[in-house]
Design a protein around this ligand. Structure first.
Ligand SMILES: [Ca+2]
Length: 591
């Protein structure tokens, strides 16, 4: 097979990169202030003091829009739409979004016909270039199986971000990662489309977007960022490892950085829940929705709170010390077993065993871990958690494993829930690490960040923020904590100098759950990269009743806009007295 095409781009952009990324030493005074802040919060005083500081982005003004299509375009690029958009409100994803005046550019990159499946493929993209530019570029990386050019608004963050990156003046690009939605999941039959989804679409679009930005503003971006959640968080983590020279700031939310493993674990989970399902689907298969009811999961969440809520110093409905809770809670001991009929206030022994097994993590018949354990967390009462555990395995995960992650693809098997329930954890799971014929790269290799300690990213002065809802039903926050701890070990205890991980207690997959899920981690990332201000506590708010985009899972007992500090792992938000609804009554403290 041909080598990944991004390799050619890498060499081609190196020369230009030297002049763009001007590292300047951090001023002594600021470094001292950062050190003080870190000491105050239990960090290391030397963290980051010796790393270069990248120059702050400077504003610019849009010089070209409609005429971009008539200028010289990057190789392999065809623009399909270029037009100015006046300031106002536009529909994006079925919802109104306020936008500044900007230039909308849509196009196709690397249009081709697959020699394997005969389908037409391209990397479809959209670039939104604000008239008043802050000098920054944001690559908005998207979720799921990709396949849609999500409007390039830069809606980055947890639930309902208050202001988009486009509104802040970023030039934003978004793509479908190399295939259309109609090609989901069958694009996995084409080896190049697999690679594009894994990492080559981001790698190839990055220099194209920068070149178009340079044409539009008369200069390229001063600073470049990449941000996304879920599979988008994975894209961001992969870019940190594979493209350390391209992005100055990386924001990865609920990252599926081991997506093939997590998807296999989803199928394994379906098999566990199938054993305790009491109902049948119309097709006669186990109805996973009957394995455990929402009321029963709410009851388990209450039992987790009973053991773990107070560990952070406040009995406030939030388990802030998620790590400590893992040692405190025991399904067998802490969840009452039903003595009669299921009534929502007990679990059967089989249900308790199943939940304990699912939280402990998927294993093959020899006991080898297939993925990660999951943190016990009251976020399991969220609808999103339930959807991932009980609905997704027979749809999204089965399709992804069959067509995209298995080598060769398992296209001839019965698909959907039968595929999930029939997937053999000993014989089939190793297919995610296999290569065969035209499929010369395994799913683990094209989906995961390559192994390494990210020193190339660190040494340039780039920064990375990762966040993860601890009530995520599909990607485990424990796996992300493990990732950060291993990075910290590889960096001799100094990973916090350039990479920080923020767990979001009880938040589900990217948003939702009984959580404070509204936050802005992009602004702290920019301040860290460009001003040397290392982030510590970052305030998150609940979206209770009456807020602009309410989250119905915010408990009625909470203030609708309850706030909490998010703390860099392994620190924990501990109560220090005062109004329990306010973030400033809590402080980030060592575990
Ligand atoms: Ca608490």
């Amino acid at each position: 097979m041909t080598p990944p095409r991004w390799a050619a781009h890498k060499g081609a952009t190196t020369a230009g990169r030297q002049s763009r990324f001007r590292g300047v030493p951090a001023r002594a005074g600021t470094a001292f202030a950062v050190a003080l802040a870190l000491v105050a919060c239990g960090g290391r005083p030397d963290a980051g003091a010796s790393l270069p500081r990248l120059a702050a982005a400077q504003p610019g003004t849009l010089q070209h829009c409609a005429d971009l299509a008539r200028g010289a375009l990057p190789a392999g690029t065809r623009l399909t739409r270029v037009e100015p958009v006046p300031a106002g409100t536009v529909q994006a994803g079925g919802a109104p979004v306020v936008v500044p005046g900007h230039c909308l550019v849509q196009g196709q990159l690397n249009e081709r016909t697959s020699p394997v499946d005969g389908q037409r493929y391209a990397i479809g993209f959209e670039l939104r270039l604000p008239d008043a530019w802050n000098g920054r570029f944001l690559h908005q990386v998207n979720g799921g199986l990709d396949g849609a050019v999500v409007p390039a608004m830069g809606q980055i963050g947890g639930g309902a971000p208050t202001h988009t990156a486009l509104q802040q003046g970023f030039a934003v690009v978004s793509s479908d990662a190399g295939h259309s939605g109609a090609q989901n999941p069958r694009f996995g039959l084409d080896p190049q489309a697999r690679l594009d989804y894994g990492y080559t679409a981001v790698a190839q679009l990055t220099p194209v977007a920068k070149q178009l930005i340079a044409s539009a503003y008369g200069r390229g971006p001063d600073r470049s960022y990449i941000a996304g959640c879920s599979n988008g968080g994975r894209h961001a983590m992969v870019a940190a490892a594979r493209l350390p020279g391209e992005y100055d700031g990386v924001l990865a939310g609920n990252p599926g950085f081991q997506l093939p493993r997590a998807a296999v674990a989803q199928l394994w989970g379906a098999q566990q829940y199938a054993r305790i399902a009491t109902g049948r689907t119309p097709a006669g298969l186990p109805d996973l929705q009957t394995a455990v009811t929402p009321q029963e999961l709410g009851f388990v969440a209450d039992r987790i709170r009973a053991r773990c809520d107070a560990l952070d110093g406040a009995t406030d409905g939030i388990v802030g010390d998620v790590q400590a809770c893992q040692k405190q809670f025991d399904f067998a001991r802490d969840v009452p077993a039903c003595t009669g009929e299921r009534n929502g206030q007990c679990l059967t022994t089989a249900q308790k065993d199943t939940l304990a097994r699912v939280f402990a993590g998927a294993r093959d018949s020899r006991g080898q871990a297939l993925y990660s354990a999951f943190p016990v967390d009251p976020g399991l009462s969220g609808q999103d958690w339930r959807d991932w555990k009980l609905a997704s395995p027979g749809t999204r995960d089965a399709a992804a494993v069959a067509f995209i992650f298995s080598t060769p693809p398992l296209a001839d098997r019965a698909q959907g829930l039968p595929f999930a329930l029939g997937f053999d954890m000993d014989r089939d799971a190793p297919r995610i690490a296999a290569t065969d014929g035209p499929y010369g790269t395994s799913a683990l290799d094209f989906m995961r960040p390559p192994a390494g300690d990210l020193s190339a990213l660190r040494n340039r002065g780039a920064k990375m923020i990762v966040y993860h809802g601890t009530g995520d039903g599909v990607f485990s926050a424990l796996d992300t904590a493990r990732w950060w701890s291993e990075l910290d070990t590889a960096q001799r205890g100094r990973a916090a100098a350039f990479a920080r991980y923020y767990p979001v207690p009880a938040m589900n997959h990217c948003r939702g759950g009984p959580a404070t899920d509204q936050f802005d981690l992009l602004s702290p990332l920019v301040a860290w990269v460009e001003q040397g201000q290392a982030p510590v506590a970052v305030t998150a708010s609940a979206r209770g009743a009456g807020t602009p985009v309410p989250n119905p899972e915010v408990p009625a007992a909470w203030s609708p806009q309850r706030s909490r500090p998010l703390c860099p792992f392994p620190q924990v938000a501990r109560y220090r007295g005062g109004d329990v609804e306010r973030a400033d009554s809590f402080a980030c403290a060592p575990p």
